[in-house]
Design a protein around this ligand. Structure first.
Ligand code: IPM
Ligand code: MG
Length: 369
């Protein structure tokens, strides 16, 4: 099995090093090949997604991706910005189904900005359509307006659009995922205003006829944003478009106390996938050895489960992460009084020790508050 390792920018290389360490500790026959992506690739190859990197990602059985982006590239023309790498990979690999779980670990209930009783035991799954919508819709650009409020003025425009097959396939993914969970799908739209999302709602409703065992609700996106902070546990699977999914998934991630804990998977129609932490490249803490590697380590677990058909190995990683949390080890983003603050590398080492049945020697030094 061949894995393309794309560390990227900011904290990407540091967190990726820990995930690779954990994968190597599993004694699976995994072949890894690393390539540049994002700002790092722009520096070395003049493009955020060099052909070599794209070809490696296409040829591999799965892609493990760190993070891309840095403010210093904000003035580059759009096609050369680091974000184009992840958008290009999604498009060229056909990764239309993005799974973003928001799970509140029992050990971290108090790290959430919401009251503990609202988030304790939270386990929701956002399924975001990832290759359509206003992100990729054509036409887009700048022009001189011929109509609207200011004819003759400069304007910019993007196109929101979804075709029937695009909505159908993501709806199937959501209903099938719900069957393996608590059997409930909330389709999030803006059908009260947007034609695209009235169509989305109609198509999701039609696909639902094939899944009578799954409960389907519809919710407007503004209300969904509100319900996520009011009663997050009322959701099971949320399915939505690319743009709304981008926004709601960050909101949902934060409910759990740390975006540094959340993995994600982006799958094509055959189950091949790209796996990445839900957080970004955090250039402000890059190179300091303090970033939380657990989201990337858990992304590697998701990769083993979904694309490499190694569920036992995935379980082992997830149990090891639970063990280090129970042992009280915390990176700065999830640290609280009475737990032990560790760096990126120590956290990775602790997960490797826990894989071998040693749940972290650091417990002894925890001071109880
Ligand atoms: C995400 C990110 C990306 C997106 C950016 C980096 C292009 O915010 O994966 O959620 O908007 O999809
Ligand atoms: Mg986002």
């Amino acid at each position: 099995m061949k894995i393309a390792i794309l560390p990227g920018d900011g904290i990407g290389p540091e967190i990726m090093a820990e995930a690779v360490k954990v994968l190597n500790a599993l004694d699976l026959r995994l072949e890894t090949e690393t390539a540049a992506v994002g700002g790092a690739a722009y520096e070395s190859h003049g493009h955020p997604l060099p052909e070599h990197t794209l070809n490696l990602a296409k040829a591999a059985d799965a892609v493990l991706f760190g993070a891309v982006g840095d403010w210093k590239y904000d003035t580059l023309e759009r096609a050369l910005r680091p974000e184009q790498a992840i958008l290009g990979l999604r498009k060229h690999l056909g990764l239309f189904a993005n799974f973003r779980p928001a799970i509140c670990y029992e050990q971290l209930t108090h790290a959430s900005s919401l009251k503990p009783e609202l988030v304790a035991g939270l386990d929701i799954l956002i399924i975001r359509e990832l290759t359509g919508d206003i992100y990729f819709g054509q036409p887009r650009g700048r022009r001189i307006a011929v109509d609207g409020h200011f004819p003759g003025a400069e304007e910019a425009f993007d196109t929101m659009r979804y075709s029937r097959p695009e909505v159908e396939r993501i709806a199937h993914v959501a209903f099938q995922a719900a069957r393996k969970r608590r059997g409930k799908v909330t389709s999030v739209d803006k059908a009260n205003v947007l034609e695209t999302f009235q169509f989305w709602k109609d198509v999701v409703t039609q696909v639902h006829a094939e899944y009578p065992d799954v409960q389907l609700d519809h919710m407007y996106v503004d209300n969904a944003a509100m319900q996520l902070v009011k009663a997050p546990k009322s959701f099971d699977v949320i399915v939505t478009g690319n743009m709304f999914g981008d926004i709601l998934s960050d909101e949902a991630a934060m409910l759990t106390g740390s975006i540094g804990m959340l993995p994600s998977a982006s799958l094509d129609k055959a189950g091949k996938g790209l796996y990445e932490p839900s957080h970004g490249s955090a250039p402000d803490i890059a190179g300091k050895g303090v970033a939380n590697p657990l989201a990337t380590i858990l992304s590697a677990a998701m990769m083993l489960r979904y694309s490499l058909h190694q569920p036992e190995a995935a379980d082992r990683i997830e149990s090891a992460v639970q063990a280090v949390l129970s042992a009280g080890l915390r990176t700065g983003d999830i640290w609280s009084e009475g737990t032990q603050r560790v760096g990126t590398r120590e956290m990775g080492d602790a997960v490797v020790s826990a894989l071998h049945g040693k749940a972290g020697t650091a417990t002894k030094t925890i001071t109880k508050s």
